[in-house]
Design a protein. Sequence first.
Length: 378
Amino acid sequence: MRLKRSDLEVEVLYNRITRGDLDLQPDYQRGEVWDSNRRQRLVDTILRDWYVPAIHVVEDGTGAESVLDGQQRLRTIQAFIDGEFRLNGKIDPFRGDLAEYDGKRFKQLPEAWRKRFMRFQITVVTLTDYDPAEPAELFFRLNQQYTLTPPEKRNALFGDARDQVKKLVAELSPDPLAKELIGFSNGRLAYDDVLARVCIAFQEGNLRRQLSNAYIEDFYRNGKFSDEVMERAYAAGRKLGDLLGGEKVVRFNKATLFSWMVFLDALNLRSVDVEPTFIRDFEAVRAGAYQSDGGTSAFPGHLAAVAKTYSDRASYRVLDVTSVLLRDFALHLLHAALTGASSRQDDLHTFAMSLDPNGEVEEEMWAAVERLHWGTEL
């Protein structure tokens, strides 16, 4: 891989972007995520004539160029010049000549300040003559810091697994994967993260492996999901969409979305029907679990206690194996208790009914998880 360095003025970079000569959104890039404070600080940095880190650009064999690293900086520069946000002239350390133009858009600045901004130079490193995996690997290494989330870093890794997950997210968007239905967005590749974990759990065939970020990164570098795994993940997502029915029935987080996908896959594999109202019934039980009597006439205390264990473990990280197993067990227990159907031969309905809502429910559930070797076979 060859790297060529050049110092380009902001005006040159802006013109290349607006003409479409420089692609800011290749497939390894994240969406636009900088908040107004970070954008205004970059503008302030340029106007002070300070340093801005180098932009890395990939040039393919046809001469087309795309941004490898520096997308947020270039988007910010473009947005400021286009008048999308205002200058914050009161950023520390205070400068009176900047404060004078606080709240002004680019075109409202004096000509001298506009020229100062447009003539600011940024180092651009252009990559040519590279092997397919090299640019993405460089992006991964450049961003080994806290500014990117683990799934954003993994998204830069060249390989089949990354492409399979991206395709799956696209196939399940916007239904059910939409903020309006799920409760959180994919702005920082949260959906990619959840589905990567779902697919790896299916590929491994159990829920007891600790799916650390390092383990997933290694799979992204060297692994590929089977066609069966991708079909199962897609089917579970479609089943979730059917249950939601285009409505925001529950606010998921990454941990609970993972658990529902795994739960629905288990029902699909064993051809167990799930009632259209099950998510609503499940949420009603959860709501009842926090009432003063620990339950309702419709959903008695032993079911509320199971739901409370699920809720207590829903805030735990998806990486925590104990929480993953307890959430999964709770979903199956409540499904068996509310519908009489089960994805397993174990008498989950009888076990759920035997729980004492005033007892140590979570401990009893965990003992059953261990006794039944729960999660060892998906």
